[in-house]
Design a protein around this ligand. Structure first.
Ligand code: UDP
Ligand code: MG
Length: 331
C-alpha cells in the first residue's frame, strides 16, 4: 500500500492515514500521560494521524482536561457522549467517527502500549485487515482475574461459531473495510469480541505483554465482569439454550428411572412407600433445574426485547476538533 509521508499541514488531505480511538471514563489521572505518549508516537510515524477520544460520560473533568490540550503533531477530536453508555458503545461511537485508512483502538489507561502501533502498521501495510493483539502476560491483575479471564476466553472460543483468538481484547488495528463492516452490524448488544470475530477478513495475531494500569482504578468490578461474560456468551451463541434442553432431557430420564426403581422396589421387596427426604430433595432439584432453564430463556427474551426497541447505541452530546499547533499557525 502506498503511504505518503506526513505532508505539510496546508496540503494535507482531509482523511488521515491513521485514526486512534481511545474510549475513556473518569480517567483524569492517566489522560495527560496517554496523550503525551500518543503524540510522541504520532511525531515518529510517517503518517498523518488523528486521535479520537471518546468521553463516556466522565464526571471527573477528564473531558475538560482534554479540551484544553494543545496537540503538536496530530489532530485531536473529542467526542462526548451524553452519559455513561459503557466501553462497547463508546468504542462504537469512536469507530463511527474515524476517517483513517487504518484504525487502532486502545485503552486510555496505557495498558495497551501505543509503542506497538508501528509494528501493527507493518502488518497492515503487508496486507492484513485486522491485527489482533494477544496478551502474553497481564501485569498488575490479581490471579483470580487472570484465571477467570483465562477460563472465559477458552469457553467463548469453544462456543463461538466464528473463530475467536483467545486472550485478545479490544486493542487491535483494523483496516477501513474492517471498520466499515463492523459498523454495519446493527445489533444493540455490542459484544465487540463477538462482532470482531464475525467480520473475519485476513487477520494477524501479535503477542504482547499487557502493562499494569498507569494510574487510577479499573472500572470493572466483579458484577460488571460477570455481566460482560454472560452478555458475551448469550450474544454469541445459543449453546446455553441447547444446554437447558439437554439438562431437561437428562433430568426427565433420571426421573423416569427413579420412578421405575420405586415401583420395582415396592413390588419385589414389599417396601412401603416412604421417603419424605428423597421427595423434598427431588422437588428442590427439579425446581432448580426448571428455574435455570427459564433464566436462560429469559436472557434471550431480554436480548430480543432490547433489540426490538431499536434505540440508538449512544447519544452524542458534542464533538470538538482541535487542530495541531503547527496547522493553526499556517492557517
Ligand atoms: N471505559 C469506558 N466506559 C466505561 C468503562 C471503561 O470507556 O464505562 C474505558 C476506560 O476508561 C478504559 C477502558 O475502557 O480506557 C478499559 O477500562 P478499564 O481499564 O477500567 O478495564 P480493564 O483494563 O480493567 O479491563
Ligand atoms: Mg485497564
Amino acid at each position: 500500500m502506498n503511504l505518503h509521508p506526513l505532508k505539510r499541514p496546508a496540503e494535507r488531505p482531509r482523511a488521515p492515514d491513521l485514526s486512534i480511538v481511545v474510549p475513556f471514563y473518569n480517567e483524569r489521572e492517566v489522560l495527560p500521560a496517554c496523550l503525551q505518549r500518543l503524540e510522541a508516537l504520532a511525531a515518529r510515524l510517517a503518517l498523518s494521524t488523528e486521535l479520537v477520544f471518546v468521553d463516556d460520560g466522565s464526571s471527573d473533568g477528564s473531558a475538560e482536561l482534554l479540551a484544553a490540550a494543545r496537540p503538536q503533531h496530530c489532530e485531536l477530536r473529542l467526542l462526548r457522549l451524553s452519559r455513561n453508555f459503557g466501553k462497547e458503545a463508546a468504542m462504537s461511537a469512536g469507530l463511527a467517527a474515524t476517517r483513517g485508512a487504518a484504525v487502532v483502538v486502545l485503552d486510555a489507561d496505557l495498558q495497551d502500549p501505543p509503542e506497538l502501533i508501528p509494528q501493527m502498521l507493518e502488518h497492515w501495510q503487508a496486507g492484513a485487515d485486522v491485527v489482533q493483539m494477544q496478551r502474553r502476560s497481564r501485569a498488575g491483575e490479581s490471579w483470580l482475574k487472570r484465571a477467570s479471564a483465562h477460563a472465559f476466553y477458552r469457553l467463548l472460543a469453544r462456543l463461538s461459531p466464528s473463530p475467536v483468538a483467545v486472550d485478545t481484547g479490544d486493542f487491535r488495528l483494523m483496516s477501513r473495510r474492517a471498520v466499515d463492516a463492523l459498523l454495519q452490524l446493527p445489533e444493540r448488544n455490542r459484544y465487540m469480541k463477538g462482532l470482531y470475530a464475525w467480520v473475519g477478513l485476513p487477520t494477524v495475531v501479535l503477542q504482547y505483554d499487557r502493562a499494569a494500569r498507569h494510574a487510577g482504578r479499573s472500572k470493572w468490578g466483579w458484577p460488571a465482569l460477570f455481566g460482560l461474560a454472560l452478555e458475551g456468551i448469550t450474544s454469541f451463541s445459543v449453546a446455553p439454550l441447547r444446554l437447558a434442553t439437554l439438562a431437561g432431557l437428562f433430568t426427565a430420564l433420571a426421573g423416569a428411572a427413579f420412578c421405575a426403581w420405586i415401583v420395582v422396589k415396592a413390588l419385589l421387596l414389599g417396601d412401603p412407600v416412604a421417603g419424605y427426604p428423597s421427595l423434598v430433595a427431588l422437588i428442590a432439584f427439579l425446581g432448580g433445574v426448571q428455574l435455570l432453564g427459564i433464566g436462560i430463556v429469559g436472557e434471550y427474551v431480554g436480548k430480543t426485547y432490547i433489540e426490538a426497541k431499536r434505540r440508538p447505541l449512544y447519544l452524542l452530546q458534542d464533538e470538538r476538533r482541535i487542530l495541531p499547533v503547527a496547522c493553526e499557525q499556517t492557517a
